[in-house]
Design a protein around this ligand. Structure first.
Ligand SMILES: Cc1ncc(COP(=O)(O)O)c(C=O)c1O
Length: 427
């Protein structure tokens, strides 16, 4: 199956190199997990995938958590779509764009295992989650809403804003460090138990701060048992971890398409379980769509037509490589450098090796160096002296840290450069 897959990817590279639009087909089913795990270390296969990305390697870019560059077939498709839309202008925008946008919505829904009526396209996870948090209308004055230190900054802001908007109490708590599955579950269990007025919980599937992966389903079940709704921030997980939205066990989810799915920047979506649509407000009194249509929950105005049109090409490639294989490869790359730095006594790795608790992203901290300035200095040194790009992340209760996020095109040689650099900066 791997050989066949290589052939298909190979023809995409050839097509892309020839300047035509390589149309990935969903002809091959995603690799089953076992095969995907075996494929994680297949150097020639991943070299062929890396060839799909045109990357400037002057600096080893291990900061792919910000956004994910488009593979060549997607980029070609995006360029062609941009040219066509620009050429056809309003004839297109007022013509078949509506149907094309519906096609994109259908593709997203099918890939995420939900119904199109449960999906609304947004310009990213921020917009999706702001709509869900600000629009959640089941809160009463005196209720409590909850979030943790590892949740995303602008989602925390939106949760804090509920204090004035809905008259609720905002309670925050910290994820334990070192994190284990047990400790994380216990933290959520205790927090829920100690907050009888809790009604809403923000829960990040994969933390942008440390890379920690939360046992979302178990936490969502605990919350539901106490009458607490959960809004899941899956900005970083979809495309990095294989799952269907139903696997999360949550009714409200915000996701990105321009991180790990590799769509053009400016694409994300929100999910609301059909039966829960009324619990999210219509967006700024939208009248374009009826209140029982999820599209009334986000009114973005004019959007990047070409970006929306190119999402199917990104999903094609995502499905062709297969979510399990992407996950296995990214996890392998994470394990590759983590295994080599675990023995450095002064360096703390902030995600456990425990299966299911990490994917491709992992942060570290040099012991005794938790400040913003300490970590900024290390990031700068890694970039300037060792040509390795990482990013400082604040907001973790135990202190600042440095995030390492490899991409599908990352090589083991680049990770060896990181390991040498970490050995030097932690001595
Ligand atoms: C966990 C998390 N949530 C939400 C977002 C917001 O995503 P975007 O800026 O693409 O809208 C990010 C972006 O990095 C993130 O890491």
């Amino acid at each position: 199956m791997i050989a066949r897959r290589r052939f298909l990817i190979g023809s995409m590279i050839a097509a892309a190199a020839g300047g035509s639009i390589a149309k990935a087909t969903a002809e091959t089913a995603p690799l089953p997990t076992l095969d995907a795990a075996a494929a994680a270390t297949d150097a020639s296969y991943w070299a062929s995938i890396a060839d799909l990305y045109e990357v400037d390697r002057a600096v080893a870019n291990l900061e792919n958590g910000y956004w994910g560059i488009m593979a060549r077939p997607v980029l070609e498709n995006y360029i062609e779509n941009t040219q066509r839309v620009n050429r056809q202008n309003t004839v297109y925008a007022r013509g078949t764009f509506g149907a094309d946008l519906e096609n994109t919505r259908n593709r997203i829904a099918a890939a995420a295992g939900v119904q199109p009526e449960e999906v609304a396209i947004t310009r990213g996870a921020t917009e999706a989650l702001q709509v869900l948090i600000a629009g959640y209308n089941k809160l009463q004055p005196g209720d409590t809403v909850l979030f943790a230190d590892l949740d995303y900054d602008s989602m925390q802001y939106a949760m804090n804003a509920l204090k004035d908007r809905r008259g609720v109490e905002v309670k925050t708590f910290d994820i334990p460090e070192p994190a284990t599955r047990e400790a994380v579950l216990e933290t959520y269990r205790l927090t829920l138990e100690q907050t009888p007025k809790a009604k809403l919980l923000l829960l990040t599937h994969l933390s942008h701060r440390t890379g920690l992966v939360m046992p979302v389903r178990e936490i969502a079940e605990m919350a539901r048992a106490r009458g607490v709704d959960v809004i899941v921030d899956a900005a970083h997980s979809w495309g990095q971890i294989p799952f269907d939205i139903a696997d999360l066990g949550a009714d409200f989810v915000g996701l990105n398409l321009h991180k790990w799915i590799g769509a053009p920047v400016g694409m994300g979506f929100l999910y609301i379980r059909k039966q829960r649509l009324a619990d999210i407000d219509v967006h700024f009194g939208d009248e374009d769509w009826p209140a029982d249509d999820i599209r009334s929950r986000i009114h973005t105005g004019t959007l990047n037509f070409a970006a929306a049109l190119s999402v199917p090409a990104a999903i094609d490639l995502h499905e062709q490589i297969g979510a399990p294989a992407k996950h296995a490869r990214l996890t392998h790359l994470r394990n590759y450098w983590v295994a080599k730095v675990r023995s450095i006594e002064t360096l703390e790795v902030l995600t456990p090796d425990e299966s299911g608790m990490h994917a491709g992203i992992t942060s570290f901290r040099i012991k005794g160096k938790p400040s913003k300035d300490d970590n900024t200095a290390i990031v700068n040194r890694l970039r300037d002296e060792f040509k390795v790009l990482t990013v400082r992340r604040g907001g973790v209760a135990a202190g600042n840290c440095i995030r390492v996020s490899p991409a599908l095109y990352t090589t083991e040689a680049e990770l060896d450069r990181l390991v040498a650099a970490l050995t030097a900066v932690s001595s």
